[in-house]
Design a protein. Structure first.
Length: 267
């Protein structure tokens, strides 16, 4: 659909998107005087400023789109990032209003049996780990052609982003605190027979209070799920599993040999 040429078209797109109820649309039109806006862009900006819409939602409406705002029971709020497997979104549970992070496979990966298996196993690993220092997995879902993991949303930055932001080494006490918190989360994973295998600064997230959580068990070794290694072989062949800069030497030669010690090395 082409870019909306006028206010009336924009408001019709808003109605068709189901982001707001019919009554809510009427209310925001009057409250924010949208029919008097100079352009659809100005109308969208008023709604974003008033926090009626997010920037992502406003931009999609301005591009003429009325779909892509919902996945199952979740309303998409923003795009958090893109990766080789797909996209990461900030979303809101329509029932509880809780914020969640959705990891959604892209079309290419949805048609790859190995990638599908890895996503399921990542969800299995995450669902087992109920610990303050591990990002909580809520569920794995398949909704039509969409496959995704719903996870706890943590508002913060990765350890890598923190170091780049500071542009210098972190103080020793802070480093010790980060390592200590991450180690507690890892200990619970190891007790549950789960080896992370891809610990790196990007996979430790720190919130505004300095609370650290381990995330991304996409390359985890699950001792009771041998099919995990088969799926990895389908994706990567029999090469190195993990990020070379951080893995233990023995893991670079044989990912299946990884155990708690290789995670500790990476940490």
């Amino acid at each position: 659909m082409p870019k909306p040429p006028d206010i009336e078209t924009f408001l019709n797109l808003l109605r068709e998107s189901h982001l707001l109820s019919v009554d809510e649309v009427r209310t925001v039109i009057d409250r924010h005087e949208l029919e008097n806006a100079a352009s659809p862009k100005e109308a969208a900006q008023r709604l974003v400023t008033a926090k009626v819409l997010t920037r992502y939602q406003g931009e999609r409406l301005l591009s003429g789109r009325t779909r892509g705002f919902f996945i199952d029971r979740y309303k998409i709020l923003e795009v958090l990032g893109f990766g080789g497997m797909g996209s990461l979104y900030l979303a809101e549970d329509k029932e509880t209003k809780d914020p969640v992070a959705l990891k959604v496979l892209n079309e290419k990966c949805r048609n790859d049996a190995g990638m599908m298996t890895r996503l399921k196993l990542e969800a299995i690993a995450g669902a087992r780990l109920d610990h303050p220092h591990v990002v909580r997995t809520i569920s794995y879902e398949e909704a039509g052609a969409v496959c995704y993991i719903a996870m706890e949303f943590v508002k913060g930055i990765s350890l890598l982003e923190l170091v780049l932001l500071k542009q210098k080494s972190l103080p020793t006490p802070q480093v010790c605190d980060v390592i200590s918190q991450a180690a507690r989360g890892l200990a619970v994973a190891h007790q549950g027979g789960i080896i992370h295998r891809d610990l790196k600064p990007e996979n430790l997230i720190i919130d505004s209070e300095g609370y650290v959580k381990v995330l991304d068990f996409g390359l985890a070794l699950l001792k009771d799920h041998p099919e995990a290694e088969f799926s990895l072989a389908m994706i990567f062949g029999h090469g190195c599993v993990g990020t070379p800069e951080y893995i233990a030497p023995e893991q670079s030669k044989d990912g299946q040999s990884a155990d708690a010690r290789t995670d500790i090395y990476s940490l």
